[in-house]
Design a protein around this ligand. Sequence first.
Ligand SMILES: Cc1cc2nc3c(=O)[nH]c(=O)nc-3n(C[C@H](O)[C@H](O)[C@H](O)COP(=O)(O)OP(=O)(O)OC[C@H]3O[C@@H](n4cnc5c(N)ncnc54)[C@H](O)[C@@H]3O)c2cc1C
Length: 432
Amino acid sequence: MADILGGLAGVGFGITVALVVINETPGALASPGGWLTAAGRLTGFLGSYLMLMMVFLIARIPWLERAVGQDQLIRWHRRIGGWPIVLIALHVVFVTLGYAKIDRVGPVRQLGIFLTHYPDMLASLVAFALLVMVGITSWRIVRQRQPYENWWVVHLYTYLALALAFAHQVVTGLAFLHHPLPKGFWIAVWAAAALSVLAFRVTLPIIRNARYRLEVVSVHEEAPGVFSIVCSGQKLSHLAVSGGQFFQWRFLTRGLWWQAHPYSLSAMPNPPHIRVTVKDLGDHSGSVARLKPGTRVFVEGPYGTFTHHVRATNRVVLIGAGVGVTPLRAILEDLPTSVEVSVIVRSSNEEDLIHRDEITALAARRGGTLHELVGSRHQVKLDAAALKRLVPSIATCDVYVCGPAAFTDHVTASVARAGVRPERIHTEVFAF
Ligand SMILES: Cc1cc2nc3c(=O)[nH]c(=O)nc-3n(C[C@H](O)[C@H](O)[C@H](O)COP(=O)(O)OP(=O)(O)OC[C@H]3O[C@@H](n4cnc5c(N)ncnc54)[C@H](O)[C@@H]3O)c2cc1C
């Protein structure tokens, strides 16, 4: 799927370059400022195209979410990251310098001419400023120093920036002047992106939540600092979700209603109930322990491909630590009975073994094996030799790993060394 999407994105990139190149002539390039304005048009179009890709990647388009998984889509979105902003900044610089040469004025004077004599320029300048602000706050060093919610709110301004810049692209883009077909095509793809966001990030969740009407029923402590939130809802038997998937949860109470956080189901829905288990790691995850019964809940999802559907074999090993065992517990419940399963849970002490009784019962019910490894990292090693001792057939299994980032990295490397093929190692990382 990644190859197909990469191919499609490449074709789109080619079309975008072609839209610019076919409108250039040797005469125009040789004229004063010709090369600069051509470079400005190319960087502008490419920046805009990459922006479009970024919007599609995070539009929550259901088939894309199912085929690729939200974590991968967000990783691609991030990898494209600063490029559109750099390209659009170059567009501003090249076009200003190019037109300054044509008009025989300085760049600052030229900027003034743009703002006063060209349509939609002020809006696009505001759009550019907003994009720069989003780019700076998304830069890793800056992002890590601020609460996630700040970054998220600033990120929303991207949509405003795109809306403000759109008219400028369509009205002044040389590739569109007297060319209704490319113009129609460009408007259609941008409209598709906007409609996808509206449909899948706004309308669909509203419809689903009006149908399910979730509210908190109870909150209880599973382990120190780890709480299960049980919600009740209507028509949950129609909820198509697999064990291992997550939702974005928005608890409609003071201070929390405006932020959505991803939490995986820690059990398959048991209508009218649905449950997540949350470890207190910050503002939001720490507040859920104080949720009152009756609090309305708004969810988006389900998302994620960390499910039994991606396995290639009928032998599965689930390896988890900390709150990472929660999606594994749901997968264990969701696995078809024909699948042989071994579960390995790792913890520093017994009281931190989350959902211990449930995992023991689920593993026993299907004749699976359960290994609880309790002790410090030095006492309990999870290297390739240890894994082979615990599950001698591991090389022929699908292995699911979820836990703290360092644990997941270490275990994934050990699993690979134990002979498991990369495509059979499935991980969920609790951070985007
Ligand atoms: C796919 C997925 C499934 C998850 N499932 C669970 C689960 O079942 N149980 C559980 O306890 N935790 C889970 N998490 C982690 C949980 O989302 C974070 O611990 C929580 O959002 C932290 O928010 P905070 O305000 O409490 O802490 P903060 O201090 O704001 O953040 C702590 C860390 O979490 C990251 N984070 C914060 N908010 C978000 C967000 N909205 N989206 C993505 N990352 C964020 C931050 O980048 C930071 O690294 C999951 C995360 C992901 C990505």
